[in-house]
Design a protein around this ligand. Structure first.
Ligand code: F6R
Ligand code: MG
Ligand code: MG
Length: 374
């Protein structure tokens, strides 16, 4: 079995929250090459989207492996040191804990991991996003694996007719549930249409009985109990031969749907699919970006990446994202550009409510006429 792990963290931004400094990428690259030489990893690459570094690694240790997670943690400590030395912004931002213990759960860095037996040819897409949250994958995952208007294979390929199984996490209550599609699509949509709370964690093929997709699902604000930056999620999707084709997996991003994130993690904004060269959110710390790195995995080796969104077929999504951004920005601090209050409660709202608690007065003194005299 091969495990593909993407482990990511924001350990400092260059400039502000817009990019990762090249020195940090090169230090992470050295660490990954060394881990391959030592035999910890079969293969590994370093990439980035906005201010987040992603370690893309193949190995045989399975998901949640201490050896791999502690390697990533130590690598992020190293990139944090560089960020501190260069005075970069938010150095060590996502490292919430002082010491590593066992695995990265609850410690800040995000990760998506998929353990599988390699098929004769194994095309995989690694998605990295910046300035948004894990629920941002709900809509595209639904379209890829459950919407025949997106994925022709659901109709045309008999291996896909039995559908896909979605595992959904409730991030507020630490519970999980599994839905079978197409039978339960309405139940599924009821939950995943609320992506701040319900997040698709994984998808499995019913017919092939193999894992098809995995996402990172932590929410930093829920862990730290305050705003500490958005979670900037990652996702792995296997493609072809009874799974959605590469083009079907990319297709949902031709529509720049609205996600939560952007400036101060507090706004709805369109997600913009971009090539790596454009994965540098500038305007209003946004619009949120997504890159798709394509690999063929062969004997555990990462053959790639191909920069899948660096393609003119996504130009119109980018143009539309800019238009939608203009429209939303004109709302300034008003909803629906700004997030609804319940999604802001882990940021400043609670503090503000406490500060103003004494100034709120009842709106009416008791002037209501008793019922029997009406
Ligand atoms: C988005 C993000 C930024 C910051 C913003 C303010 O995920 O991290 O939008 O929230 O740049 O940052 P501070 O408060 O550090 O000045
Ligand atoms: Mg940052
Ligand atoms: Mg980020």
């Amino acid at each position: 079995m091969t495990t593909l792990s993407i482990i990511k963290a924001d350990t400092g931004g260059f400039v502000g929250h817009s990019e990762v400094h090249p020195d940090m990428l090169s230090a992470a690259g050295d660490a990954v090459r060394d881990a391959v030489t030592r035999g910890l990893l079969i293969d590994g690459q370093v990439s980035r989207c906005g201010d987040d570094i992603s370690l893309i690694m193949t190995h045989e240790h399975g998901a949640d492996a201490e050896a791999v997670h502690s390697f990533a943690w130590n690598t992020f400590l190293r990139t944090t040191e560089i960020a501190k030395k260069l005075g970069l912004y938010g150095a060590g931002q996502d490292l919430l804990s002082d010491a590593f213990s066992g695995n990265l759960r609850g410690m800040g860095p995000g990760y998506a991991e998929l353990e599988f037996t390699e098929r004769p040819s194994e095309p995989v897409l690694c998605f990295l996003a910046d300035k948004t949250e894990p629920g941002a994958w709900n809509l595209p995952l639904y379209k890829m694996f459950a919407d025949p208007f997106n994925t022709a294979g659901l109709v045309i390929d008999s291996k896909m007719h039995a559908g896909f199984r979605f595992e959904v996490y409730d991030l507020y209550q630490d519970k999980r549930i599994v839905f079978d599609t197409p039978r339960e699509i309405y139940d599924l949509l009821m939950f995943i249409g609320a992506p701040a709370r319900y997040v698709v964690h994984s998808v499995q093929s019913v017919t092939l009985d193999i894992p098809a997709a995995a996402t990172s699902t932590q929410r930093l604000s829920l862990m730290a109990d305050k705003y500490v930056g958005k979670d900037d999620p990652v996702m792995i999707v296997r493609c072809q031969s009874g799974l959605p084709a590469v083009g079907e997996v990319l297709e949902p991003f031709a529509f720049p749907y609205s996600v939560a994130g952007c400036m101060r993690g507090s706004h709805h904004a369109p997600i913009m699919p971009v090539g790596l060269a454009q994965a540098t959110p500038a305007r209003f710390d946004g619009p949120p970006r997504v890159v798709a790195l394509g690999f063929q995995i062969t004997d555990g080796k990462l053959i790639g990446p191909r920069d899948m969104f660096a393609d003119p077929s996504f130009d119109r999504a980018r143009t539309m994202a800019n238009e939608v951004m203009d429209y939303l920005r004109r709302h300034g601090p008003f909803e629906p550009h700004r997030l609804a209050l319940e999604d802001l409660e882990y940021t400043t709202m609670r503090e503000l409510e406490q500060r103003l608690a004494d100034r709120w007065q009842p709106m009416h003194t008791e002037t209501r006429v008793p019922a029997q005299t009406r």
